[in-house]
Design a protein around this ligand. Structure first.
Ligand SMILES: N[C@@H](CCC(=O)N[C@@H](CS)C(=O)NCC(=O)O)C(=O)O
Length: 274
């Protein structure tokens, strides 16, 4: 079968939340590969990702989960590499050179092990707590009954209701800036425009959803004065795959750029997810 025929026949399903950085990463790989896929949208605020049916696919109760021809693949970085291995056309996103490939994976780990954890702290303290105001505590308590583990559900409710931990926010922004300075060195030393030089790779795709979230939190100053990082972000936002995979503003959760007053919750749409 030709490569185009193979792509048309690819049977790909993605379980996801729209706003999730890990899911945007996978959507962007799918877009680079021009692969059609079917969406299974999970409502995180109603704990769809903790229901037994979903846990049988992904025991961690996290998104994304990819199903390819009935086979399940979890962990966003693993999914990204899997898609590149199985669908090498029309663009290959992993360098052949082992040293460059190791550099790419190093930045993929940097995103998973550090940057992602930092944006969880920043998001939780600045966006997630808005859910109490937006939905109302009674509604959140009602939904929490849908969680199969009441210990986890109560812990979640307490964290959402607790006042923002501004010391944790301060520490997370300082750490984030440190990673940005290292990224500046990486892109400028290799000559850009991408993290691994001339070749656009999975490292670029893994990092961009983190930038998207930071920008949505009005924290773009975290790469202020870093020209290589700034140019990298400007350039990646011109790619079709970015435009196809970035979550539309209308469906985003509330945050500094989207106030509850201007965008009140309506039963008819799904303006929020994790
Ligand atoms: N290492 C995992 C992380 C997955 C993850 O934490 N996903 C978030 C969304 S970006 C999630 O499902 N959060 C919901 C929860 O933890 O309850 C991956 O890369 O797939």
């Amino acid at each position: 079968m030709t490569e185009i025929g193979q792509r048309r026949q690819a049977n790909l399903e993605l379980y996801q939340f729209g706003d999730s950085p890990c899911c945007m990463k996978v959507r962007m790989v799918l877009a680079e590969k021009k692969l059609p896929w079917q969406e299974h949208f999970l409502k995180s605020w109603q704990f769809d990702h903790h229901q037994p049916e979903y846990l049988s696919l992904n025991p961690h109760g996290t998104v994304p989960t990819l199903i390819h021809d009935g086979r399940t693949i979890i962990q966003s970085n693993v999914i990204a590499e899997y898609l590149d291995d199985v669908f090498p056309d029309p663009i290959c996103l992993i360098p052949v050179d082992p040293l460059l490939a190791s550099k790419m994976r190093q930045w993929m780990f940097e995103e998973q092990d550090y940057l992602f954890k930092l944006i969880v702290v920043l998001s939780f303290n600045t966006m997630m707590k808005l859910r109490v105001q937006a939905f109302g505590l009674d509604q959140l308590k009602e939904w929490s009954k849908l969680h199969p583990s009441q210990i986890i559900a109560q812990d979640y409710l307490q964290r959402v209701v607790a006042p923002a931990d501004m010391e944790a926010v301060k520490q997370a922004t300082e750490k984030f800036r440190w990673h940005m300075e290292r990224l500046e060195v990486q892109i400028s030393e290799i000559g850009g425009p991408w993290v691994c030089g001339d070749m656009f790779t999975l490292a670029d795709i893994c990092l961009v959803p983190i930038f998207d979230r930071i920008e949505y939190l009005n924290l773009e100053n975290l790469w202020e004065g870093l020209p290589a990082v700034t140019q990298w972000y400007d350039k990646i936002r011109e790619r079709d795959s970015y435009l196809e995979s970035v979550h539309p503003f209308e469906y985003r959760m509330w945050g500094p750029k989207k106030s509850i007053e201007d965008y009140p919750y309506s039963e008819d749409d799904y303006p929020v997810d994790s």
